[in-house]
Design a protein around this ligand. Sequence first.
Ligand SMILES: [Zn+2]
Length: 333
Amino acid sequence: MKISFCKKMFYVITVVLFVCLDDTYGSAGNLWTYDGEKGPDNWHLDYPHCGGVSQSPISIKTDEAIVDSAWLVPFILKGYDTMQNLTMKLANNGHTVQVDLTVTGDPVSITGGGLTNVYIVQQFHFHWGKEDKRGSEHDIDGKYFPMEMHIVHYNSKYKNFTEALNKDDGLAVLGFLFEVGKYNLHFDRIIKHFSEIPYKDEHTDIETFAMRDLLPENLDGYYRYHGSLTTPPCYESVTWSIFYQTIEISEYQLDQFRHTVHENYINETIRDISDDYRPPQCLNHRKIHCSKPVVLNSKTTNRNGRTSASATLVSVTAITSLIFLMKLFRIVF
Ligand SMILES: [Zn+2]
Protein backbone atom coordinates (compact mmCIF):
# COMPACT_ATOMS: atom_id res chain seq x y z
CA MET A 1 0.00 0.00 0.00
CA LYS A 2 2.78 2.35 0.97
CA ILE A 3 4.70 1.77 -2.27
CA SER A 4 1.53 2.11 -4.27
CA PHE A 5 0.81 5.43 -2.57
CA CYS A 6 4.35 6.62 -3.29
CA LYS A 7 3.97 5.53 -6.87
CA LYS A 8 0.73 7.45 -7.13
CA MET A 9 2.39 10.52 -5.63
CA PHE A 10 5.26 10.11 -8.08
CA TYR A 11 2.84 10.08 -10.98
CA VAL A 12 0.98 13.10 -9.61
CA ILE A 13 4.20 15.05 -9.09
CA THR A 14 5.45 14.04 -12.55
CA VAL A 15 2.23 15.20 -14.16
CA VAL A 16 2.27 18.49 -12.19
CA LEU A 17 5.93 19.05 -13.09
CA PHE A 18 5.24 18.26 -16.73
CA VAL A 19 2.36 20.74 -16.80
CA CYS A 20 4.51 23.40 -15.09
CA LEU A 21 7.47 22.80 -17.38
CA ASP A 22 5.19 22.80 -20.37
CA ASP A 23 3.76 26.10 -19.26
CA THR A 24 7.24 27.47 -18.62
CA TYR A 25 8.34 26.27 -22.02
CA GLY A 26 5.24 27.81 -23.54
CA SER A 27 6.07 31.18 -21.98
CA ALA A 28 9.74 30.85 -22.85
CA GLY A 29 8.73 30.02 -26.40
CA ASN A 30 7.06 33.39 -26.59
CA LEU A 31 10.15 35.22 -25.47
CA TRP A 32 11.14 36.95 -28.65
CA THR A 33 11.90 40.62 -28.97
CA TYR A 34 12.68 43.28 -31.55
CA ASP A 35 16.24 43.83 -30.29
CA GLY A 36 19.10 42.05 -28.54
CA GLU A 37 19.73 38.34 -28.20
CA LYS A 38 16.13 37.33 -28.89
CA GLY A 39 15.81 39.85 -31.72
CA PRO A 40 14.93 39.28 -35.41
CA ASP A 41 18.43 38.09 -36.38
CA ASN A 42 18.04 35.13 -34.03
CA TRP A 43 14.34 34.34 -34.37
CA HIS A 44 15.15 31.39 -36.63
CA LEU A 45 16.98 29.64 -33.78
CA ASP A 46 13.76 29.19 -31.83
CA TYR A 47 11.40 29.40 -34.82
CA PRO A 48 12.88 27.66 -37.89
CA HIS A 49 10.27 29.09 -40.29
CA CYS A 50 11.77 32.55 -39.68
CA GLY A 51 14.79 31.38 -41.69
CA GLY A 52 12.63 30.51 -44.73
CA VAL A 53 12.98 31.84 -48.27
CA SER A 54 9.59 33.60 -48.55
CA GLN A 55 9.70 35.83 -45.51
CA SER A 56 8.10 39.21 -44.80
CA PRO A 57 8.35 42.14 -44.78
CA ILE A 58 10.19 43.06 -47.97
CA SER A 59 11.40 46.19 -49.70
CA ILE A 60 9.03 47.05 -52.52
CA LYS A 61 10.77 48.43 -55.61
CA THR A 62 8.09 50.13 -57.65
CA ASP A 63 9.93 49.88 -60.97
CA GLU A 64 10.20 46.10 -60.60
CA ALA A 65 6.53 45.55 -59.75
CA ILE A 66 4.62 43.79 -62.54
CA VAL A 67 1.27 45.37 -63.38
CA ASP A 68 -1.53 42.81 -63.65
CA SER A 69 -4.85 44.61 -63.52
CA ALA A 70 -6.77 41.63 -64.93
CA TRP A 71 -5.76 39.53 -61.91
CA LEU A 72 -5.51 42.17 -59.21
CA VAL A 73 -9.00 43.59 -59.42
CA PRO A 74 -10.42 45.80 -56.63
CA PHE A 75 -11.29 44.19 -53.30
CA ILE A 76 -14.89 43.71 -52.23
CA LEU A 77 -15.21 44.44 -48.52
CA LYS A 78 -18.12 42.82 -46.75
CA GLY A 79 -19.23 43.93 -43.30
CA TYR A 80 -16.50 46.58 -43.07
CA ASP A 81 -19.27 49.19 -42.75
CA THR A 82 -21.28 47.37 -40.13
CA MET A 83 -21.18 47.65 -36.38
CA GLN A 84 -23.87 45.07 -35.70
CA ASN A 85 -23.23 41.61 -34.31
CA LEU A 86 -19.62 42.58 -33.84
CA THR A 87 -17.50 43.02 -30.70
CA MET A 88 -14.01 44.44 -30.51
CA LYS A 89 -11.41 43.68 -27.87
CA LEU A 90 -8.29 45.80 -27.65
CA ALA A 91 -5.24 44.02 -26.22
CA ASN A 92 -1.64 44.82 -25.34
CA ASN A 93 0.33 41.62 -26.07
CA GLY A 94 3.72 43.11 -25.24
CA HIS A 95 4.66 43.42 -28.93
CA THR A 96 1.83 45.58 -30.28
CA VAL A 97 -1.71 46.75 -29.68
CA GLN A 98 -4.22 44.50 -31.36
CA VAL A 99 -7.97 44.64 -31.94
CA ASP A 100 -9.58 41.18 -31.99
CA LEU A 101 -12.95 40.86 -33.66
CA THR A 102 -15.73 38.51 -32.67
CA VAL A 103 -18.67 38.29 -35.03
CA THR A 104 -21.97 36.64 -34.20
CA GLY A 105 -23.67 37.30 -37.55
CA ASP A 106 -22.26 37.28 -41.07
CA PRO A 107 -18.47 37.45 -40.96
CA VAL A 108 -16.56 40.60 -41.86
CA SER A 109 -14.67 39.49 -44.93
CA ILE A 110 -12.91 40.32 -48.18
CA THR A 111 -13.14 38.83 -51.66
CA GLY A 112 -11.83 39.94 -55.03
CA GLY A 113 -8.36 41.44 -54.98
CA GLY A 114 -7.02 38.43 -56.88
CA LEU A 115 -7.92 36.12 -53.98
CA THR A 116 -9.39 32.75 -54.85
CA ASN A 117 -11.66 32.54 -51.84
CA VAL A 118 -13.46 34.51 -49.13
CA TYR A 119 -11.13 35.62 -46.33
CA ILE A 120 -12.58 36.45 -42.90
CA VAL A 121 -11.25 39.20 -40.64
CA GLN A 122 -9.59 37.95 -37.45
CA GLN A 123 -7.75 40.95 -36.01
CA PHE A 124 -5.79 44.08 -36.83
CA HIS A 125 -2.67 45.51 -35.22
CA PHE A 126 0.10 48.06 -35.72
CA HIS A 127 3.86 48.42 -36.08
CA TRP A 128 5.43 51.80 -35.32
CA GLY A 129 8.74 53.57 -34.75
CA LYS A 130 10.19 55.79 -32.05
CA GLU A 131 10.71 58.41 -34.73
CA ASP A 132 8.74 59.43 -37.82
CA LYS A 133 11.43 58.20 -40.19
CA ARG A 134 10.87 54.54 -39.26
CA GLY A 135 8.19 52.18 -37.99
CA SER A 136 6.67 50.54 -41.06
CA GLU A 137 7.70 46.99 -41.91
CA HIS A 138 7.42 47.37 -45.67
CA ASP A 139 9.23 50.17 -47.44
CA ILE A 140 8.53 51.67 -50.83
CA ASP A 141 11.67 52.37 -52.85
CA GLY A 142 13.62 52.65 -49.62
CA LYS A 143 11.20 55.00 -47.95
CA TYR A 144 9.95 53.95 -44.53
CA PHE A 145 6.78 55.24 -42.90
CA PRO A 146 6.11 56.01 -39.22
CA MET A 147 3.52 53.26 -38.83
CA GLU A 148 1.92 50.30 -40.61
CA MET A 149 -1.42 48.63 -39.90
CA HIS A 150 -2.10 44.97 -40.70
CA ILE A 151 -5.62 43.62 -41.05
CA VAL A 152 -5.36 39.87 -40.78
CA HIS A 153 -7.89 37.60 -42.52
CA TYR A 154 -8.05 33.82 -42.74
CA ASN A 155 -9.24 31.68 -45.62
CA SER A 156 -12.86 30.63 -45.08
CA LYS A 157 -12.07 27.17 -46.42
CA TYR A 158 -10.43 26.49 -43.06
CA LYS A 159 -12.40 25.96 -39.85
CA ASN A 160 -10.79 28.87 -38.02
CA PHE A 161 -7.78 31.18 -37.83
CA THR A 162 -5.62 28.66 -35.95
CA GLU A 163 -6.17 25.99 -38.58
CA ALA A 164 -5.37 28.44 -41.40
CA LEU A 165 -2.30 29.94 -39.74
CA ASN A 166 0.34 27.65 -41.26
CA LYS A 167 -1.31 26.86 -44.58
CA ASP A 168 0.14 28.21 -47.79
CA ASP A 169 -3.16 29.91 -48.69
CA GLY A 170 -4.24 30.37 -45.09
CA LEU A 171 -4.03 34.14 -44.55
CA ALA A 172 -4.55 37.40 -46.42
CA VAL A 173 -3.16 40.52 -44.77
CA LEU A 174 -4.03 44.04 -45.90
CA GLY A 175 -1.17 46.42 -45.10
CA PHE A 176 -1.60 50.20 -44.79
CA LEU A 177 1.20 52.73 -44.46
CA PHE A 178 0.82 55.91 -42.42
CA GLU A 179 2.09 59.43 -42.90
CA VAL A 180 2.28 62.24 -40.40
CA GLY A 181 -0.41 64.77 -41.09
CA LYS A 182 -3.66 65.98 -39.68
CA TYR A 183 -5.44 64.58 -36.64
CA ASN A 184 -7.38 61.42 -37.54
CA LEU A 185 -10.59 61.19 -35.56
CA HIS A 186 -11.20 57.55 -36.43
CA PHE A 187 -8.07 56.26 -34.73
CA ASP A 188 -8.98 57.96 -31.47
CA ARG A 189 -11.56 55.20 -31.04
CA ILE A 190 -8.59 52.94 -30.38
CA ILE A 191 -6.06 55.37 -28.91
CA LYS A 192 -8.39 56.66 -26.18
CA HIS A 193 -8.38 53.16 -24.63
CA PHE A 194 -4.60 52.85 -24.39
CA SER A 195 -4.75 54.05 -20.77
CA GLU A 196 -6.76 50.90 -19.98
CA ILE A 197 -4.09 48.54 -21.38
CA PRO A 198 -0.74 50.07 -20.33
CA TYR A 199 0.88 46.70 -19.56
CA LYS A 200 1.41 43.39 -21.30
CA ASP A 201 -1.52 40.98 -21.44
CA GLU A 202 -4.07 43.62 -20.49
CA HIS A 203 -7.16 43.95 -22.61
CA THR A 204 -10.40 45.86 -22.71
CA ASP A 205 -13.62 45.76 -24.68
CA ILE A 206 -14.10 48.82 -26.87
CA GLU A 207 -17.19 50.20 -28.53
CA THR A 208 -17.56 48.85 -32.03
CA PHE A 209 -16.95 51.07 -35.03
CA ALA A 210 -17.03 50.56 -38.78
CA MET A 211 -13.60 49.32 -39.86
CA ARG A 212 -13.96 51.01 -43.24
CA ASP A 213 -13.54 54.37 -41.43
CA LEU A 214 -9.93 53.50 -40.68
CA LEU A 215 -8.97 52.90 -44.29
CA PRO A 216 -7.92 55.25 -47.09
CA GLU A 217 -10.59 56.28 -49.55
CA ASN A 218 -9.03 54.57 -52.55
CA LEU A 219 -8.19 50.88 -52.28
CA ASP A 220 -7.74 50.13 -55.98
CA GLY A 221 -3.96 50.48 -56.01
CA TYR A 222 -1.98 47.83 -54.17
CA TYR A 223 1.12 45.63 -54.36
CA ARG A 224 0.83 41.86 -54.10
CA TYR A 225 3.32 39.20 -53.10
CA HIS A 226 3.39 35.97 -51.13
CA GLY A 227 5.17 36.01 -47.81
CA SER A 228 4.99 35.27 -44.13
CA LEU A 229 3.88 36.41 -40.72
CA THR A 230 6.33 39.15 -39.70
CA THR A 231 6.54 37.78 -36.16
CA PRO A 232 7.45 34.31 -34.91
CA PRO A 233 6.60 31.62 -35.84
CA CYS A 234 6.92 33.35 -39.28
CA TYR A 235 4.76 30.84 -41.18
CA GLU A 236 4.86 31.46 -44.93
CA SER A 237 1.10 31.56 -45.19
CA VAL A 238 0.34 35.17 -46.11
CA THR A 239 -0.96 36.70 -49.31
CA TRP A 240 0.13 40.29 -48.82
CA SER A 241 -1.57 43.40 -50.21
CA ILE A 242 0.17 46.71 -49.48
CA PHE A 243 -1.89 49.72 -50.53
CA TYR A 244 -0.59 52.72 -52.46
CA GLN A 245 -2.69 55.26 -50.63
CA THR A 246 -1.49 56.09 -47.15
CA ILE A 247 -3.40 56.96 -43.97
CA GLU A 248 -2.83 60.31 -42.34
CA ILE A 249 -2.37 60.54 -38.55
CA SER A 250 -1.09 63.34 -36.33
CA GLU A 251 2.23 63.43 -34.51
CA TYR A 252 0.37 63.63 -31.20
CA GLN A 253 -1.58 60.47 -31.99
CA LEU A 254 1.60 58.63 -33.01
CA ASP A 255 3.11 59.67 -29.67
CA GLN A 256 0.25 57.91 -27.89
CA PHE A 257 1.34 54.68 -29.57
CA ARG A 258 4.96 55.38 -28.67
CA HIS A 259 4.60 56.27 -25.01
CA THR A 260 1.43 54.96 -23.42
CA VAL A 261 1.62 51.20 -23.98
CA HIS A 262 4.45 49.15 -22.52
CA GLU A 263 5.96 45.76 -23.31
CA ASN A 264 6.23 44.67 -19.68
CA TYR A 265 3.97 43.31 -17.00
CA ILE A 266 2.76 45.59 -14.22
CA ASN A 267 5.44 46.25 -11.54
CA GLU A 268 8.27 45.56 -14.00
CA THR A 269 10.61 48.20 -15.40
CA ILE A 270 8.63 50.24 -17.88
CA ARG A 271 9.72 49.88 -21.50
CA ASP A 272 7.56 51.42 -24.20
CA ILE A 273 6.42 49.31 -27.12
CA SER A 274 8.18 51.03 -30.00
CA ASP A 275 10.25 50.12 -33.00
CA ASP A 276 8.21 46.93 -33.16
CA TYR A 277 9.00 46.19 -36.79
CA ARG A 278 10.96 43.41 -38.46
CA PRO A 279 13.66 44.51 -40.95
CA PRO A 280 13.12 43.69 -44.66
CA GLN A 281 13.77 40.12 -45.75
CA CYS A 282 15.29 38.81 -48.98
CA LEU A 283 12.90 38.69 -51.91
CA ASN A 284 14.70 35.55 -53.24
CA HIS A 285 12.72 33.93 -56.06
CA ARG A 286 9.61 36.06 -55.60
CA LYS A 287 8.07 38.67 -57.86
CA ILE A 288 6.03 41.65 -56.72
CA HIS A 289 2.87 42.36 -58.70
CA CYS A 290 0.65 45.42 -58.56
CA SER A 291 -2.92 46.23 -59.49
CA LYS A 292 -2.23 49.29 -61.64
CA PRO A 293 0.66 51.49 -62.74
CA VAL A 294 2.35 53.07 -59.78
CA VAL A 295 1.88 56.82 -59.85
CA LEU A 296 3.16 57.42 -56.35
CA ASN A 297 6.75 56.84 -55.37
CA SER A 298 9.06 58.02 -52.64
CA LYS A 299 9.70 61.28 -54.49
CA THR A 300 6.09 62.19 -55.05
CA THR A 301 4.72 60.81 -51.79
CA ASN A 302 5.26 62.88 -48.74
CA ARG A 303 2.76 64.39 -46.39
CA ASN A 304 -0.22 63.99 -48.63
CA GLY A 305 0.18 61.31 -51.27
CA ARG A 306 -3.05 62.09 -53.09
CA THR A 307 -2.27 65.75 -53.57
CA SER A 308 1.20 64.96 -54.85
CA ALA A 309 -0.17 62.34 -57.24
CA SER A 310 -2.78 64.74 -58.53
CA ALA A 311 -0.15 67.44 -58.92
CA THR A 312 2.06 65.05 -60.91
CA LEU A 313 -0.85 64.09 -63.12
CA VAL A 314 -1.82 67.72 -63.68
CA SER A 315 1.79 68.61 -64.59
CA VAL A 316 2.02 65.77 -67.14
CA THR A 317 -1.33 66.78 -68.66
CA ALA A 318 -0.27 70.45 -68.83
CA ILE A 319 3.05 69.66 -70.58
CA THR A 320 1.30 67.33 -73.06
CA SER A 321 -1.28 70.01 -73.85
CA LEU A 322 1.43 72.66 -74.28
CA ILE A 323 3.39 70.49 -76.76
CA PHE A 324 0.18 69.85 -78.67
CA LEU A 325 -0.58 73.57 -78.89
CA MET A 326 2.99 74.38 -79.94
CA LYS A 327 2.76 71.76 -82.70
CA LEU A 328 -0.61 73.11 -83.73
CA PHE A 329 0.73 76.63 -84.15
CA ARG A 330 4.02 75.33 -85.65
CA ILE A 331 6.02 77.22 -83.09
CA VAL A 332 8.49 74.36 -82.88
CA PHE A 333 9.28 71.17 -84.84
ZN1 LIG B 1 1.86 42.86 -38.33
